[in-house]
Design a protein around this ligand. Structure first.
Ligand code: SF4
Ligand code: SF4
Length: 505
């Protein structure tokens, strides 16, 4: 075949190949008829059915000859604006052994050929893009008409990287939306009850693994990574953090939570990035997520090459360890996916060995119900008694499995002041934090992620840490007992029960 018009022009080779493939039967029959019938019904024709189209170039196809291949954004579907329709096509593709059916931008039959001087609907690609496709002024995706001009998508991704850097992001990747191979693992994790009280995870079910269900129309996910170690972090920071765990009068707050609420920081910067991309891509549908929706963040980040999933289940990066936040922008534009990278945990098991509660029940498998991060932040009710002694003085989150990870010697400092630690939270004294009234708690944690857990859970966590301090028989034990006793009549059952437990230590 000698041009990109292919099926739109009813190229016999393409039609034959698609029929022979039969992968998406019966849709290929529509393809063979080139959509004549459906246009009569005022619906746009199904065009591209196959996953990939080979394009041979004849002599003189200069724009194509440079690359000898063409990034041909095409897909199946597009006639109906219904997420169910798109999902159905994905399922059909999977059943027939295809990796995925890309539901991508789909052009109508106005696709024209480069160099033939056709004007009007088609516009030639810009010089130097190395792509010979021309596209119509109007294209549709899942039934929506959009103005769109052809770009070099690789160039666009490069631009997104530059803009992201300006906004404080450390790395950008692009993932597709077919996470079907992650679904069995997610289902097994949920079935084992490892999500604990995070009911929303079970409630959303497989939607977490299906971006196009979460945001209909999504065909690519732009993944972003943002380092969060404060700018002035010392070289021996990990050892210093580990030593805090042995100082029983001190409270330990996870490193990421000592500065400004990362949800806010990432959300606003992802929004700025989205707006910048939308400024370049007319009619772009997009939505940013940061730990705020049922999104398989680590899975998407790993698939897009931001790192690999470590045995502790967090994302690891060779140049940045794991001390970073993740965010995503779902877009209804097919972008070239970035390549995943190999895992580099090797025979190491430091994170499994150090975990105080044995929450990493097997490599790459976390029982959140045992994880201190979950217990002190997400878990709303009483902390299971057998786990309380293991929590030590960690009052908000836990970094242990990251602190011992050898890759974190490469953890990067943030360029943003947002993550600089608040003095109140860097090396706080347990009794000082315990003395905060609710009003003081709200005031001092304004703009911090800690505020989300509320004063009641805050006191619950502190009571556990104070009880653990008492168990070490410290010199100021009487002072701790007295302080705990002052909250024995706290209005919350939860707090009172934890105070009684602490005093019994
Ligand atoms: S955060 Fe702490 S409790 Fe959770 S898995 Fe890591 S080491 Fe274990
Ligand atoms: S501590 Fe070792 S096993 Fe665990 S994530 Fe790091 S490299 Fe992998």
């Amino acid at each position: 075949m000698d041009g990109p018009g292919c099926a739109a022009d009813e190229d016999p080779q393409v039609c034959r190949r698609q029929q022979a493939c039969g992968a998406l039967w019966p849709l290929h029959q529509l393809e063979a008829r080139s959509g004549e019938q459906v246009t009569q019904t005022r619906l746009f024709p199904f065009l591209r059915i196959v996953e990939a189209v080979e394009i041979q170039m004849g002599q003189g196809q200069l724009a194509l000859a440079d690359r000898h291949l063409v990034g041909f954004k095409h897909g199946v579907g597009g006639t109906f604006d219904a997420p169910a329709h798109a999902q159905c096509l994905q399922d059909m593709a999977r059943q027939r052994g295809l990796a995925s059916a890309q539901i991508a931008v789909q052009f109508d039959q106005c696709i024209t050929r480069m160099g033939q001087g056709e004007q009007g609907a088609g516009q030639p690609a810009g010089k130097g893009l190395g792509i010979g496709l021309t596209v119509p002024d109007r294209a549709f995706y899942n039934g929506r008409m959009k103005g769109r001009t052809l770009r070099d998508d690789h160039q666009l991704v490069s631009s997104i990287r530059e803009w992201a850097r300006e906004l404080g992001f450390s790395q950008i990747g692009v993932a597709g939306v077919d996470l079907s191979s992650a679904e069995p693992g997610l289902a097994a994790w949920l079935a084992a009850g490892f999500h604990g009280e995070m009911d929303y995870m079970a409630r959303h079910g497989m939607k977490r693994a299906r971006p196009a269900e979460l945001l209909p129309g999504t065909v690519s996910v732009i993944t972003a990574r943002m380092d969060y170690l404060p700018a002035h972090t010392e070289a021996d920071w990990a050892a210093r953090e580990l030593s805090r765990i042995d100082q029983s009068g001190q409270a330990v707050v996870s490193v990421y939570a000592r500065g400004r609420d990362y949800h806010r920081v990432l959300r606003s910067r992802l929004s700025s990035l989205s707006a910048r991309i939308a400024g370049q891509v007319q009619g772009l549908g997009h939505r940013a997520f940061t730990d705020s929706a049922p999104v398989l963040e680590v899975e998407l980040a790993a698939r897009s090459g931001l790192g690999w999933r470590g045995k502790h289940t967090l994302l690891l990066n060779r140049d940045a360890g794991s001390m970073f936040f993740l965010g995503e922008i779902f877009v209804d534009m097919a972008l070239p996916a970035t390549e995943p990278i190999a895992t580099h945990c090797g025979t190491c098991s430091a994170c499994l060995d150090v975990c105080p509660t044995q929450a990493i029940v097997a490599p790459y498998r976390l029982d959140a119900r045992r994880c201190i991060s979950y217990l002190t932040i997400e878990h709303a009710s009483a902390i299971p008694e057998p786990l309380r002694p293991m929590i030590g003085n960690r009052i908000y989150g836990c970094d242990d499995c990251q602190l011992v990870c050898p890759w974190n010697k490469y953890a990067q400092r943030s360029t943003l002041a947002d993550f600089d630690p608040r003095p109140d939270l860097t090396a706080p004294d347990l009794l000082t934090l315990w003395s905060w009234s609710e009003e003081e708690f709200l005031r001092r944690t304004e703009g911090s992620a800690i505020r989300r857990i509320g004063h009641e859970r805050w006191l619950r966590n502190l009571a556990v840490a104070l009880g653990n301090a008492l168990a070490g028989n410290p010199a100021h034990a009487d002072q701790i007992r007295s302080a705990l006793g002052q909250r024995l009549d706290h209005p919350s059952d939860l707090v009172r029960e934890h105070v009684r437990w602490a005093l019994a230590r």
